[in-house]
Design a protein around this ligand. Structure first.
Ligand SMILES: Cc1cc2nc3c(=O)[nH]c(=O)nc-3n(C[C@H](O)[C@H](O)[C@H](O)COP(=O)(O)OP(=O)(O)OC[C@H]3O[C@@H](n4cnc5c(N)ncnc54)[C@H](O)[C@@H]3O)c2cc1C
Length: 404
């Protein structure tokens, strides 16, 4: 099959709109909410309403994180550029504006992606329009998410949740939280299920908010569950514990969310490259794309090398999303995209600070902020090391027990 590396024409209006929003609505308030950590960015309400309007009118396929679902792909066998591709492209564009603000966008949480990925039809309808955070991490349980200790015990027609979740993005502001809990720890990872818990459910409380290096516009919460009763029908997917299927159900979410995080890194890194190119030009450093890097100035050569890294991350991001749109298994590609984009995102943003010297390090520009913001994209939704482990397992055909 021939590969066309151009952005699909049909998404150009969406990407153009996202760019305008990033430039005119996110950039102007970027520094304000970096400084005012934990203050809710009111300006986003209007923006979220606009995105809802676009989604409802069908004018915008995948305007945000919620637009991910494999079954949406047409049943026919033709190649499709769908909601996953649209989502990564628009998210990258929005993160050219501001990653922290994108993560704070109402109704576009990672929990929304989880619902879009694994909820059944009835649940899709019931949870349409909610704003959902995603709570997996616990004290002592990070990368090893199969060791989750939060329990869900069936009691009549409710599950009773008990446990502590930390580092929940939008954990304070979202109106729902998708909580991972185990039905029976002795049955291992197959017994881990996700539950949609509406805010205000008795027994659920936000304990504290974190102070962070970057993405300060985004709230990160610790949430405690004490005998928190949720209706049994809020368990996403099947309540059966299928030890043969193992962790596959829960992990399906990551195949959809990792390309989105790659997109965030791609967008933030491009912001840094664009500004650095301009600042270098103002300083008299021009980049010649028709000459080998080693024949140009050291600064131009470095910029060219960073742009090449960016391009590789960008293409891997598009590939992972395109495969999801075309219902092809993409765990390997989703992890490759996340690993590459997470790493080069940090390298590029910090490299841009280095290239622009004191200007890059000062708060006069946003370069220092982007270097801080991008680091998280190489940590959450699976760290760099975990993505590499997944890639190695897939390439070598080894199970998680065989390659730890
Ligand atoms: C700002 C922020 C927002 C977050 N948002 C969310 C959220 O919304 N929901 C949520 O559930 N979680 C969230 N997290 C948590 C995040 O997903 C975890 O921090 C991440 O999974 C890593 O877990 P950990 O911090 O416990 O590190 P650990 O798992 O303890 O890892 C520490 C180091 O060891 C490495 N390591 C671990 N295991 C291996 C291995 N097998 N091989 C090689 N190296 C290994 C890791 O790569 C890392 O470098 C957030 C975190 C932050 C900081």
């Amino acid at each position: 099959m021939p590969i066309n590396l151009d952005d699909p024409k049909k998404f150009r209006p969406l990407v153009g709109q996202a760019h305008q929003v990033a430039m005119n609505m996110l950039r102007p308030i970027s520094r304000k909410y970096d400084r005012a950590e934990h203050e809710y960015p009111q300006e986003l309400d209007m923006l979220a309403a606009m995105i809802d309007g676009l989604a409802e009118s069908g004018a915008s396929e995948g305007a945000g994180a919620a637009g991910v679902r494999r079954e949406d792909a047409d049943a026919d066998s033709s190649v499709k550029n769908g909601a996953n591709l649209a989502s990564v492209m628009s998210i990258a564009e929005m993160c050219w504006g501001d990653v922290g603000l994108l993560l704070s966008m109402p109704r576009q949480g990672l929990g929304n992606s989880a619902i879009a990925s694994v909820a059944d039809e009835e649940q899709q309808e019931r949870f349409a329009g909610v704003w959902a955070g995603m709570a997996i991490t616990e004290p002592g349980v990070g990368s090893d998410s199969a060791n989750i200790r939060t329990t869900a015990t069936l009691d009549g027609d409710h599950y009773v949740l008990n446990g502590e979740k930390i580092y929940v993005t939008s954990g304070d502001r979202a109106d729902h939280i998708v909580v991972w809990a185990t039905l029976d720890r002795s049955l291992g990872r197959a017994a881990i299920k996700s539950f949609v818990v509406p805010k205000g459910t008795p027994g659920m409380r936000v304990d504290r908010l974190e102070h962070k290096l970057g993405i300060r516009a985004s709230d990160t919460a610790t949430i405690i569950f004490e005998d928190c009763r949720v209706p049994a029908e809020n368990l996403l997917g099947s309540p059966e514990v299928d030890t043969k299927q193992g962790f596959a159900g829960a992990m399906a979410t990551f195949d959809n969310t990792r390309p989105l995080v790659a997109a965030m890194a791609v967008g933030c890194a491009r912001a840094a490259l664009d500004l650095t190119r301009d600042l270098l030009a103002q300083a008299g450093v021009s980049v010649d794309y028709d000459r080998p890097a080693q024949t140009q100035s050291a600064a131009a050569a470095r910029l060219l090398q960073m742009e090449a890294d960016w391009e590789a991350a960008h293409l891997l991001m598009l590939q992972a999303a395109w495969m999801a749109d075309n219902r092809r298994p993409n765990s390997l590609e989703a992890s490759m995209a996340k690993a590459k984009a997470g790493r080069v995102g940090s390298d590029i943003t910090l490299g841009c600070v280095e290239l622009t010297g004191s200007l890059g390090y000062s708060e006069a520009e946003l370069l220092e902020k982007w270097a801080r913001d991008s680091k998280i994209l190489d940590i959450f939704e699976g760290t760099q090391q975990i993505q590499q482990l997944i890639v190695a397992r897939r390439v070598l055909g080894l199970s998680s027990a065989e390659l730890k």
